[in-house]
Ligand binder design. Structure first.
Ligand SMILES: Nc1ncnc2c1ncn2[C@@H]1O[C@H](COP(=O)(O)OP(=O)(O)OP(=O)(O)O)[C@@H](O)[C@H]1O
Length: 324
């Protein structure tokens, strides 16, 4: 067993490739995750996130490239890695006839160092459902049970594959709170999500996958840097507003009933816009300004590869596509 020094990364991926038959789902990606970091793997549908996660979790070997988790090869050293990691899969494999409490008791029986059942249920606010059969839980409650089981023994490294899918906004926020607490206690977290607000809220760093490669990576600020701000007005524009592309130095994209202009910085663009409007007595009704978001990065990826992204990306939190 290779020891993990304090400074070695919790996860190291070098030129990972993974094929299913002739189809290469992951095409040579590299990244590393420091201990205690929360890293979000984002991407379009079918981009290769789950495949990457499954290689990290030791379910598949890489087709080529090198992967280390807590200093170990997760495929050949599966049991050692699994003792120190927690995993919340997209689909939990529950016995549906057991109650919530029986499910936790059952998992505790074969997990060393597991927390007491009452504490586990309290962590995810499922105490009132302790006696309910798993088959009668809502989708969001089942995800909370999944999460409780993933953190049963306070893992050093936690894999969360779309943890809040199906949760209502309150449950989502309390899950974020729990994930933040775990991270504050030093847990490294690898998260995949289609909710971009979730990544913006939680992640120290993100990598955005598209068709098996990493299209952008860094802190959210780094990924957004240089992308500019967005100024938008409702459509149809008044006749005078036809001059705006020249004034703002950008042609608009037409989306959601609005003309959206991307400018390098909003402050000088707005000053020029208001001066221009005051000179001509033009009203700028419905003017909105916002900084760029991860959603914009996705919309750009969608424009480059329309088939890869669902068309539902409108407002946050936004599921950019359904789970497999
Ligand atoms: N067992 C498999 N056999 C063949 N192809 C597969 C298999 N699993 C995944 N794929 C294909 O590999 C590609 C990547 O799939 P993957 O599930 O890793 O993507 P993803 O980014 O997690 O997508 P989503 O966001 O839709 O869950 C997809 O085109 C998928 O159809």
């Amino acid at each position: 067993m290779t020891p993990l020094s304090e400074n070695s990364p919790a996860v190291e991926v070098v030129d990972l490739r993974r094929s299913y038959g002739d189809y290469e789902a992951v095409r040579g990606i590299s990244f590393s995750i420091a201990r205690g970091e929360l890293f979000a793997l984002l991407g379009t549908n079918g981009a290769g996130k789950t495949t990457t996660l499954e290689v990290l979790e030791g379910y598949h070997p890489p087709t080529s490239g090198r992967v280390r988790v807590l200093g170990l090869d997760p495929f050949t050293a599966g049991p050692q890695v699994r003792r120190r990691t927690g995993t919340m899969l997209q689909e939990g494999g529950f016995f549906k006839e057991l109650t919530v409490k029986e499910t936790v008791d059952c998992w505790r029986a074969f997990t060393s160092g597991a927390r007491p059942t009452a504490e586990v249920l309290a962590r995810v606010a499922l105490e009132p459902k302790a006696g309910t059969r798993v088959s009668q839980l809502s989708g969001g409650e089942r995800r909370r049970l999944d999460l409780a089981l993933a953190v049963l023994n306070d893992p050093e490294l936690l894999f969360l594959d779309e943890p809040t899918t199906g949760m209502d906004p309150e449950a989502r926020r309390s899950t974020w709170h729990l994930v933040e607490e775990l991270r504050a206690a030093g847990t490294t977290v690898v998260l995949t999500t289609h909710y971009l607000e979730e990544a913006q809220q939680l992640a120290d760093r993100v990598a955005i996958m598209d068709r098996g490669t990493i299209a952008a990576a860094g802190t959210v600020a780094e990924v957004l840097s240089g992308r500019g701000d967005l100024i938008s007005l409702p459509l149809p524009p008044g006749r005078e507003l036809a001059a705006l592309p020249e004034l703002l130095g950008a042609a608009p994209s037409l989306t959601g009933g609005r003309a959206v202009y991307r400018v390098p910085r909003s402050a000088p663009a707005l000053a020029a816009l208001h001066a221009w409007a005051a000179d001509r007595g033009v009203e700028l009704d419905g003017l909105e300004v916002r900084t760029g978001s991860l959603e914009d990065v996705f919309l750009d990826l969608a424009a480059a590869s329309p088939a890869a992204v669902s068309s539902t990306a409108v407002s946050s939190p936004v599921p950019l596509g359904a789970s497999r």
